[in-house]
Design a protein around this ligand. Structure first.
Ligand code: SF4
Length: 68
């Protein structure tokens, strides 16, 4: 399966942690700062779509860049 790049815009993030639950390999809460951190850019396309759909604040976008 191809991977898509997801980008995260922290401005509207309400720290609901839906993305952390859905994709802990991609998002985590930094223990020092308490802020949401994006760990990797490329995820499976299905997961990228789910992340975009699950974020209630539309902070996560899928870009049209594919990693083969
Ligand atoms: S799902 Fe969206 S609003 Fe919730 S923590 Fe992740 S980026 Fe923030």
């Amino acid at each position: 399966m191809s991977k898509k790049r997801v980008s995260f815009s922290p401005g509207g993030c309400k720290m609901c942690e839906a993305c952390v639950s859905l994709a802990p390999e991609c998002f985590e809460i930094d223990q020092d700062t308490g802020m949401l951190m994006q760990k990797i850019e490329y995820v499976d396309e299905d997961l990228a779509r789910e992340l975009c759909a699950y974020c209630p604040e539309d902070c996560i976008e899928m870009e049209d860049v594919v990693e083969e």
